[in-house]
Write a protein that binds this ligand. Structure first.
Ligand code: ZN
Ligand code: ZN
Ligand code: ZN
Ligand code: ZN
Length: 231
């Protein structure tokens, strides 16, 4: 009797165990190690050098487990194109001539794609600055003149020497504003024809920007030259 009971119990347990997997898929994630992976999707990640991978989500829709494994024999044969050397500039690294697989961008030294090249081995050091000499310019009352310097129009850098070793910022080349320079003639600021008393002054040549005038003088129509006709 005891033996029979234990057999019945074992069968019941076995049944419970088998049924468990079925019940687990109804609204619950799987217990560890009880996933079911059947629908593998290829990841399109093979190269010329190694096989790609494929990934499956657990068949239990309530389970978020995934499994990724190698897809055998998915390695592709190289589709090699020749890439010409790209010279460096002062701001951008160039690249040596090489062969490259169009599909996975693996680099090779040769067209037959046998010698793999490390990407870092292709990078050329930065090039020299392309400097031009810029002569000294004068300041005005509204603009900074610049000390003579060398300018690289590739990177927009300012240098004090042709070899572009000593870099400076624009502000270091700027000279202070100069004094105002006045026109050799006066300007009638207020027309005496209209108001009886007018006003004349000598404007700075950059009056439109700096707004500076000097020797502001009150005048009547008689003070102005004959033939002057107010606007
Ligand atoms: Zn699962
Ligand atoms: Zn490739
Ligand atoms: Zn430069
Ligand atoms: Zn001025």
């Amino acid at each position: 009797m005891k033996k029979l009971l234990s057999i019945v119990l074992s069968i019941a347990m076995l049944f419970t165990f088998c049924g468990c997997n079925v019940h687990q898929s109804e609204g619950k994630p799987c217990a560890d190690g009880h996933h079911s992976f059947t629908k593998y999707v290829y990841n399109n990640d093979e190269t010329c050098l190694k096989d790609g991978t494929q990934t499956a989500s657990c068949d239990n829709m309530y389970c978020s487990a995934t499994d990724t494994k190698v897809k055998p024999n998915s390695k592709h044969s190289p589709q090699v194109i020749f890439i010409e050397q790209i010279d460096s500039t002062c701001v951008k690294h160039g690249c040596l001539a090489h062969y490259e697989c169009e599909l996975c961008h693996t680099f090779f030294t040769d067209q037959t794609a046998t010698n793999v090249l490390d990407k870092d081995g292709l990078v050329l050091p930065l090039g020299e600055h392309q400097t031009v000499f810029v002569a000294e310019t004068k300041s005005s009352c509204v603009s900074h003149g610049l000390l003579s310097h060398y300018y690289c129009d590739v990177c927009g850098g300012y240098f004090t020497d042709q070899s572009a070793i000593y870099k400076v910022v624009l502000e270091q080349l700027q000279k202070p504003f100069s004094d105002h320079v006045f026109n050799p003639y006066y300007t009638v600021d207020v027309n005496p024809d209209k108001y009886g008393i007018g006003e004349i002054s000598w404007h700075c040549v950059n009056y439109d920007i700096c707004g500076v005038r000097k020797d502001i003088t009150t005048v009547t129509r008689e003070d102005l030259p004959d033939g002057w006709i107010g606007a």
